[in-house]
Design a protein around this ligand. Sequence first.
Ligand code: HEM
Length: 452
Amino acid sequence: MLQATKKRLPAGLRGYLFFNATEIKNDPIGFYNRVWHQYGDIVCLPILPNYNFFLAAHPDYVEHMLSTHQERYAKPDIIKKPFSLLMGQGLVVAEGDYWLKHRAVMQPVFHQKYIESLFSTMLSCTESLIQKWEKKPDGEVIDIAAAMMPLTLKIAGLTLFSTDISDEESVFGKAFRTGFEFVSYKMNNLPTEPMWAPTPRNLRFRQAVQTLDDLVFDIINNRRQNPTDNHDLLSLLLAAQDEVTGEGMTDKQLRDEVITLLVAGHETVSSALSWTWYILGQHPDIGANLLLELQAVLNGSSITYDKLPQLQYTRRIIDETLRLYPPAWGMPRIALEDDEIKGYFIPKGSTINICQYIVHRHPEFWDNPEKFDPDNFLPSKVNQRPKFAYFPFGAGQRICIGKSFALMEATIILASIFQRFRLELVPQQIELDPTFTLRPKNGVKVKVWKRS
Ligand code: HEM
């Protein structure tokens, strides 16, 4: 196949990427947007002679790399190494047969029937936040992004292993935050000091991991000795078995998956919701439609699992938020072999950033792409678009295992809070912070008003 092409690289930067280092560090999304406008849907960004980085920003490339030819691509070390410091060999970083085996063991745990059993935990966490807010004076200003983070962390801890780790002062919460911030630091500052160096940052991280290990192994041990019928993911993971060999997970594997699910499962949802509140504050007309749906379906009562399918406009708001502000805004892959995509040569070893942020705004697939329009997700519109024009949860065999969990959680939180409170956006400058998930840099300040 490759002989047919003359190994034609896509167009791109003349100089080395290194010369754009400051722009990339300060505004990576702006940089990718610029080169995309300049060079098109696949862009070559040279790093060294014969070593290139690529930007891929078209559904055909997404489909090729994540689905039809996914075996030719893997997650690169720049992602895996920092994550694995905290997650060990958890699902996000695992590769090859090890990943396949673990995904097969874990997939049933994320079956809708089990996700359904987590509904009441998600709702009660949300309602306890609502009760706190009900005691606040009307018009109080809060940072809604900062409020979403402990809520989603609380939900993650309780649904995973029935423990609230959202408390700022909890040992687990502190250690987890230290670990999480360290991973973010490692990803965003290349190069960094080696792990063996006894720097205060490294020592703090080692201590945090030790604390997390002690606590998680303790929980696992207790559960093994005293099996409970806790409705949490850990109970299901403990019981999960390889269909062929009948083997379950070892303590170390369970530990890695627990930490992985905590990391992958809380900030993503929190970022998505932060953007939703920001957008609703900017679009009172969309808020009014949302309220009409909530009144019609819930009529002031708490949301129930069977009402979820009726909250279609609510869901379209979440889908549209994930289009314009995808928490995972780019997905790097490394080419495991020489490849060719639509006549372009992708040499083995190249890194490619498959960019949700740009594909989700590609004018070929979205009318008026910058406009927030929940109707982009009406079935008639969805059916007209290529499947890979929208992939906030990734695609192919490595698609997010927590997608249904995340969508249920976001719907519960949005519907429950919105029907009790009006959030008024305070005038402020909102900037993108793409350093980990895509989140609003300085939060989102809103005034909270109770609805009468
Ligand atoms: C709005 C919320 C979320 C978004 C936008 C999101 C996005 C993603 C994306 C894009 C991937 C694929 C990464 C890649 O292939 O490079 C992924 C993988 C993953 N996500 Fe999520 N995620 C969300 C919520 C969750 C939740 C709630 C959980 C767990 C409860 C979770 C657990 C995972 C795991 C374990 C993987 C790795 C799957 C594998 O490689 O087999 N995510 N997520």
